[in-house]
Design a protein around this ligand. Sequence first.
Ligand SMILES: [Zn+2]
Length: 280
Amino acid sequence: MIQDIKPHQFHNEFRPHPPKPDSRILNYHDRTIMVKKTADHQLYFPTFQDLYDNGLGVCEQYTYLFSIDSISYYAFPEVETFLPEGYEFISLQKLRYAKPQHLAFAGVTGYQLYEWYVSRRFCGKCGRPLKKDTKERMLYCDFCKQVEYPVISPAVIVAITNGDSILLSKYADREYKKYALIAGFTEVGETVEETIQREVMEEVGLKVTNVRYYKSQPWSFTGSLLLGFFCEVDGDDSIHMDSNELAVAKWVKREEIPVVDSDISLTNEMITQFRLGLEK
Ligand SMILES: [Zn+2]
């Protein structure tokens, strides 16, 4: 999955420090990220040294994000987009398939933090500029004492099985066109167990039982933490699809499940587990 970047190690402990020449810059514009144009299509994010060599002064308004191994990553939430010679902006979606994977993970994880910083420049209560705390990843208002922490939205991914079949779906009106599982965000005041029952009923009109937790996955494309569950259909297995949310929802036999190469998503790993008979 996208977060499985071994032997590299992700360090999200909040230890802000000034960049070194080899520190990496994650430069975003809307839902795109700046990468070097390379012949082999391998991801490359510029270092502070690269910018300096490109004749661009090194900006003082950097924000420390995290480190991978000994390399630190920074973004510029307060600075206008720039594009040095030899670089281009690519869609964030391309990071789903980009290599090396630890850089793809850095790019998308950095985006979630960058988005949080740019959308919280001002206090939501009193409208004054927010300040960055130096001890934890937090923003605060000096005037009204409002504090802001990064937002992570929990969401469930539900694999519903029915003997030798699994329920596969396709989204209506989404960039992602491959098979998916039933998924949805947890609402305020709800347990994750209740989210599963509600989402399954809303999207395909089924009841489920024997719910088992599988694994989780940080999914910064949508600012979420995905929680994966396997469960079985309970009683009537006729599907009543919500056509506002889904374009397809059907039972697919184990041997008829299409093989998908990309293995960065929890959804794909769960479908593969079932296809190989590792989850029943
Ligand atoms: Zn305030």
